[in-house]
Design a protein around this ligand. Structure first.
Ligand code: FES
Length: 110
């Protein structure tokens, strides 16, 4: 099974975008970052308390835009592997998701 997330053009280089699917206990939240020609995707759940990283839509990066930021308690994660380098869950990691690109389309492979 694959789920179409949109087109590459929908995520400009250096930005991230969040997606939500389903509802109730089956709800899944993910986000996708595009940087330097690479797409990286993670579950949108902080390893500290399981909350989504962002308060505002598509706001996943810190001010310097070099790490992902959890808005709840300020944990910061490396973009390349989701490893938490500072904050209350230091040493833990975001859970990566599988993505596939076909032409200009992005798909999530849950
Ligand atoms: S829930 Fe993310 S740092 Fe606490």
């Amino acid at each position: 099974m694959t789920i179409r997330l949109g087109r590459l053009d929908d995520i400009p280089d250096g930005t991230a975008r969040g997606f939500s699917f389903g509802g109730g206990t089956g709800r899944r939240e993910i986000f996708v970052y595009r940087g330097g020609g690479t797409l990286l995707g993670y579950e949108n759940a902080c390893p500290h308390q399981g909350t989504p990283l962002n308060f505002l839509p598509d706001r996943f990066l810190n001010r310097e835009r070099d790490r992902f930021l959890c808005a709840t308690h300020g944990a910061q994660f490396r973009r390349d592997d989701g490893y938490c380098v500072s904050g209350p869950c230091e040493g833990k990691s975001l859970k990566p998701i599988a993505l596939r690109v076909e032409g200009a389309e992005i798909f999530w492979v849950p």
